[in-house]
Design a protein around this ligand. Structure first.
Ligand SMILES: [Zn+2]
Ligand SMILES: [Zn+2]
Length: 312
């Protein structure tokens, strides 16, 4: 009883910190042994940048609901202003299973496009680059995200839910939006985990570590900007961005531009517009064979053009 009383007396943010610490211990207890036993890329437990990623774990989890609540409240009010109440009533009367299924699908389509725009639009890429700066991908990298990037992609996932009346601020409809975010976050830890497991045909139905690790690779220009979906890979198939070879796994991760290892510096880096774009992928190696006989100046011109065309 004393412990419960003490916990109840704590300020809400302290209670939240304690809960997050307990969840971190649970996550570590699940994933650390799995990543030791079935490692795709063997690493030390206390690998490079682990403290930064733990910092992101607390920051993103503490900030997400507060930051997201503002645009979501605006979205809900706007939608209800323009769409007739009869439409929402009709959607609410559908069986729960059909609403949950539809919410997962349209939610992931929204996330897919939010994520894809974060790669294709230079301003959004500045913030999303923080997530891709991880050189070691494991479960903790799931939370390495700039708050602006995280809010934007989550918000894109919620827009179709609100537009279609699958999430509504009244009648407990917001619960479905919460469930979608929660399942996406939990699944996110799994798809980032450093495990070599393959799942055969299942990999085309639900996102797996192999699917998302290809999203993080910088193995070469032919494998970048693939696999944007959070949970449903066939959305990438539908929009032509799927890459999932059967018997190959990515070798290297990260972006070309080295970022400061310090969390604070990473949070402010996207705002330094005067430093130019954040470079995404490394300069491709000069092609082998007869083409290497080109003069150095020609090779330089070709690679520079490649870099410009790849630059986010
Ligand atoms: Zn990405
Ligand atoms: Zn990721």
């Amino acid at each position: 009883m004393d412990i419960i009383d003490t916990l109840n007396d704590l300020p809400p943010y302290m209670l939240q910190l304690i809960k997050l610490s307990i969840w971190l211990v649970i996550l570590a207890a699940i994933f650390t042994p799995l990543e030791r036993l079935f490692a795709l890329h063997p690493r030390k437990i206390f690998r490079k940048a682990i403290l930064t990623d733990i910092g992101y774990y607390f920051l993103t989890n503490l900030a997400l609901s507060t930051l997201l609540s503002i645009p979501v409240a605006l979205l809900a009010r706007t939608v209800h202003h323009f769409i007739p109440a009869a439409f929402f009533a009709a959607v609410a009367s559908l069986p729960l299973w059909s609403r949950v299924l539809a919410a997962f699908i349209v939610g992931d389509v929204g996330f897919y496009w939010g994520h894809r725009w974060s790669h294709e639009i230079p301003l959004l890429w500045r913030f999303h680059a923080i997530h891709h700066s991880a050189e070691h991908v494991d479960y903790l990298v799931n939370t390495r995200a700039h708050p602006i990037d995280m809010v934007f992609t989550r918000f894109c996932g919620l827009v179709p839910l609100y537009l279609l009346g699958l999430a509504q601020p009244n009648a407990g409809g917001g619960a479905l939006a919460l469930i979608i975010i929660l399942v996406g976050t939990v699944w996110g830890f799994f798809i980032h985990s450093n495990v070599k497991w393959r799942f055969g045909p299942l990999e085309w139905i639900i996102a797996t570590p192999a699917f998302h690790h290809w999203h993080h690779t910088n193995d070469g220009p032919h494998v970048i900007d693939k696999n944007y979906a959070a949970t449903l890979p066939w959305i990438d198939k539908l929009f032509g961005t799927m890459y999932l070879p059967k018997d190959k796994q990515p070798e290297t991760y990260g972006i070309a531009q080295p970022l400061s290892p310090l969390l604070f510096n990473q949070l402010v880096e996207p705002f330094f517009f005067w430093r130019g774009p954040i470079t995404s992928w490394p300069e491709p190696a000069p092609p082998p064979g007869p083409q290497t006989t080109a003069k150095p100046a020609e090779i330089q011109a070709a690679t520079t053009a490649d870099i410009i065309s790849l630059d986010k």
